[in-house]
Design a protein around this ligand. Structure first.
Ligand code: ATP
Length: 577
């Protein structure tokens, strides 16, 4: 995993080198400071020469200025390195998300996925920037300070060395606790985000059912858990930082007492004494740095692990190695012995055989859950068949590239998903880059032009998130306009009008009929009235296809269709009566 992580540095190697060398240089300058002070006290001060003192001060000032510059470089370019790596990872993650199939999304929570691409990668970026640099400098300063201490005074250095294991123990002991706590916290954050996302997204349902108290209680539970885990992390952090502080002060005190003894005995000069005390300060800085690394590192590692998990999820629907771009299709569709199920061992479709001639309209009818939608989802390869095959114009759909296959299928779904942009942007989603005239023509054919004229901002009207500012019928029209613009030879209409009132439904049926003209159309409909004119009606139930034919034939034959038809006639008669 570490190799994989460092692989991301490769394109930014020069930036890394710049940041790293500046950071190392700054570390060395820090290390040199106590030595300079020692020389100042021992060698310069006794000479009582102000020129020399001022000269030394100027030299020190120059070093400070250099260090200031180095710090600026490290802060800006170091972070640039982090954000570059983060951006690249985010790009890859998003690319990968677009490749994952419906089956993947069926089993995921949006909040979790959002957290992976945002928060998780933010933490990774932080570690990418600070991780290697901090670790290296910490080790360098630690060993450097130690070596310098020995060069100044061996007994004092040995005394300091006795205390180090104690501090080392405290750091590692609390460090591992901290790692585990952060890891747990991260798991919670994902679940927490997912809950917030779901509740906020479903706020209309929450309010409609008056279930605010219920949601509040669920939220409070998660919120409290989050707080508890975070508090635990802070408790460990508090213990670790204060212990570090105590360790440092105790060491300083011991060094001060022992140092005073050596000074009074004439075994240590004043400069060496002051320099040594300063070295103790420098020596402890890496301990603080390592504590900081211990805090950010687990977060970054946890984030990177989740990122890798996502990238390693192989897309189950991909282009076959020898897939070719589909030619312009006429739309003759065949299902041959098709079997499919969402769960292993639980087939929804078994041995389906179907032939849909090009340009015709075929309607699927049957009880809820029979598999009508599933049957249609297999055509654009939202899911792949388990056995058998589907062909269009004699070509297996798995032999075509996904993009070229999907470009030739238009879908109008029951639940129209609109993006939170303008009417224009949402229509143009049917064919990105369409001209203004083409967008207007598509809107006209979907009978949206009346609405657009009435709106003060016309096509530039914002539709709200998921199109909340539009009526159900308007959303359907918008979906139809998109498909007019896309102009595919094959069309899937999934219960497109069942949520509308009779009047609107009739008007939209006309638009749909126009849309279907000249295209192979698969309609999933519950209202038999809307599909009477279909070229063929396919009746399905849990056992598969039970009958096929035109309306007149099916209604004359005893069976499921006749029963469904009779139920709906009575129902309609009752409404009319
Ligand atoms: N994404 C999914 N994951 C798991 N099972 C699913 C999924 N989608 C549908 N199913 C199941 O597959 C079966 C067929 O569902 P499908 O939506 O195809 O039926 P349908 O005939 O279109 O129903 P309706 O008329 O109510 O829309 C049902 O038992 C359903 O619960």
């Amino acid at each position: 995993m570490l190799r994989r992580f460092f692989g991301y540095y490769r394109p930014h190697f020069r930036l890394f080198l710049l940041d790293f060398s500046c950071a190392v240089l700054a570390g060395l300058l820090e290390l040199g400071f106590p030595v300079a002070v020692k020389a100042f006290v021992d060698n310069l001060l006794p000479r009582q020469d102000w020129t020399l003192i001022l000269l030394a001060a100027t030299g020190l000032l120059l070093i400070y200025l250099l260090n200031t510059g180095l710090m600026a470089v490290v802060t800006y370019w170091g972070h640039m390195l982090g954000i570059n790596i983060e951006t690249e990872m985010r790009r890859k993650a998003f690319d990968h998300l677009q490749k994952l199939s419906f089956r993947f999304y069926d089993n995921q929570k949006t909040g979790h996925l959002v957290a992976r691409v945002t928060r998780d990668l933010e933490e990774v970026g932080e570690v990418a920037h600070h991780g290697p640099e901090d670790l290296f400098i910490a080790v360098m300063t630690f060993l450097g300070a130690f070596a310098l201490m020995f060069s100044v005074h061996v007994p004092l250095a040995l005394l300091t060395a006795v205390i180090v294991p104690l501090i080392g123990w405290a750091s590692t002991h609390y460090g591992s606790h901290m790692t585990n706590t952060w890891r747990r916290l991260f798991g919670r954050v994902g679940a927490f985000n997912a809950r917030i996302e779901e509740t906020v997204g479903g706020m209309r349902v929450v309010q409609a059912f008056g279930n605010e108290d219920h949601e509040r209680a669920l939220f409070a539970q998660d919120n409290a858990q989050y707080r508890t885990t975070k508090l635990e992390a802070y408790r460990i952090m508090a213990a670790s930082t204060s212990l570090n502080y105590l360790g440092m002060r105790l060491t300083q005190m011991v060094v001060m007492l022992a140092g005073s003894y050596f000074v009074l005995n004439g075994q240590l000069s004043n400069g060496e004494f002051v320099g040594f005390l300063l070295l103790v300060g420098v020596f402890f800085r890496p301990v603080e740095k390592i504590s900081a690394v211990i805090e950010t590192y687990p977060k970054g590692i946890a984030g990177f692990r989740r990122y890798c998990e996502l990238l390693d999820t192989a897309p189950d629907i991909t282009d076959a190695p020898d897939a070719i771009p589909a030619p312009a299709l006429r739309g003759e569709i065949r299902y041959e012995h098709v079997r499919f199920g969402y769960l292993p061992g639980k087939p929804v479709l078994r041995d389906i055989d179907l032939h849909l001639p090009a340009g015709g309209t075929v309607a699927f009818v049957g009880p809820s859950g029979a598999g009508k939608t599933t049957l249609c989802s297999l055509l654009p390869r939202f899911y792949d068949v388990e056995a058998g095959r589907i062909t269009i114009d004699g070509l297996d759909i798995r032999g075509m590239t996904l993009a070229s296959l999907r470009a030739q299928i238009g879908i109008v779904q029951q639940d129209v998903f609109l993006f939170a942009g303008t009417l224009r942007e949402n229509i143009a989603y049917g064919r990105l880059g369409a001209s203004e005239a083409e967008i207007r023509e598509a809107a006209r054919r979907a009978k949206l032009d009346g609405l657009i004229e009435r709106l003060p901002e016309g096509l530039d009207t914002v539709v709200g998130e998921r199109g909340v500012k539009l009526s159900g019928g308007q959303k359907q029209r918008l979906a139809i306009a998109r498909i007019f613009l896309k102009n595919p030879p094959i069309l899937i209409l999934d219960e497109a009008t069942s949520a509308l009132d009779t009047e609107t439904e009739r008007a939209i049926q006309q638009s749909l009929a126009e849309l279907a003209r000249g295209r192979t159309t698969l309609v999933i409909a519950h209202r038999l009235a809307t599909i009477r004119n279909a070229d063929r009606i396919v009746v399905v139930d849990e056992s598969g296809i039970v009958a096929q034919g035109r309306h007149e034939e099916l209604v004359a034959r005893p069976g499921l269709y006749q029963r469904l038809s009779a139920v709906q006639e009575t129902h309609l008669g009752r409404i009319a009566g």
